[in-house]
Write a protein that binds this ligand. Structure first.
Ligand SMILES: [Fe+2]
Length: 246
């Protein structure tokens, strides 16, 4: 309809059509090279309903956390592509290990996107997340003494993180497991000073936006309830993929 009403009459008049086509061509030549060469980063959908993690995490918190907070990290990261063309050649995973080459806005939003993407994946409705595999459990016992000792150390790291940040169970390059914590939206994949690096197997968001509606200032209660949601099946897969035995 638009073509018939607007463009077709112009093309029927060569004197008008030529400048129109020349103008469109010039516009394309001007803007084309500035367009990002890759598809933009996108917000992954929650792998379960927003209500699925209740009562440990309420649906309102889940919806706001995913749609608005994670959504903002994704859109802000996309807003950085034009000013940082190197982003066009990197996957979200690869970006983490090269984050020191980018400005703070990419670090914060690229980290926020990666961290939250893993966060939804390592959670499951209560009773549906399975248990640690025998291989992972053996590694936990070897490194921490017991599953309970690992959880206790993890809880301390999560509770002690001042302000906003994350607690992590990671597999280090030497194959050992460790508990660590990062500030803001940093993570253990980032090539930044002061970060204990490793492959994250399990990460807990301790930003207030993750728990404040239900728990207010009771972060330890949120941490305790969160353990009932851990998707061990996913964590087992991350452990296996991270290179056990190599
Ligand atoms: Fe968050």
């Amino acid at each position: 309809m638009l073509f018939r009403l607007l463009v077709k009459p112009l093309l029927a008049r060569p004197l008008l059509a030529r400048p129109l086509l020349a103008g469109l061509t010039a516009l394309w030549l001007l803007l084309g090279p500035a367009l990002p060469a890759r598809a933009e980063f996108s917000l992954p959908p929650l792998p379960y309903a927003a209500t699925a993690l209740e009562p440990a995490i309420d649906a309102t918190t889940m919806t706001i956390h995913h749609d608005r907070h994670h959504g903002a990290y994704v859109s802000n990261l996309n807003g950085q592509i034009a000013a940082n063309p190197a982003l066009a050649d990197l996957s979200l995973d690869a970006l983490q290990g090269k984050i020191s080459a980018f400005p703070l806005a990419v670090r914060n939003n690229g980290g926020g996107h990666w961290n939250h993407s893993q966060f939804w994946a390592v959670l499951a409705p209560e009773g549906q997340g399975g248990t640690p595999s025998s291989e992972l459990l053996a590694a936990i016992n070897k490194n921490f003494g017991s599953l309970e000792a690992m959880q206790s150390q993890f809880n301390q790291a999560a509770a002690a993180r001042f302000g906003s940040g994350w607690a992590w169970l990671i597999r280090k390059a030497d194959g050992s497991l460790a508990i660590t914590s990062t500030a803001n939206q940093d993570n253990p994949l980032m090539d930044l000073p002061g970060i204990e690096r490793g492959v994250p197997l399990l990460g807990l968001d301790v930003w207030e936006h993750a728990y404040y509606l239900k728990y207010q200032n009771r972060r330890p209660d949120y941490i305790k309830a969160w353990w009932s949601l851990v998707n061990w099946n996913e964590v087992n897969g991350r452990w296996a993929k991270a290179g056990v035995g190599v």
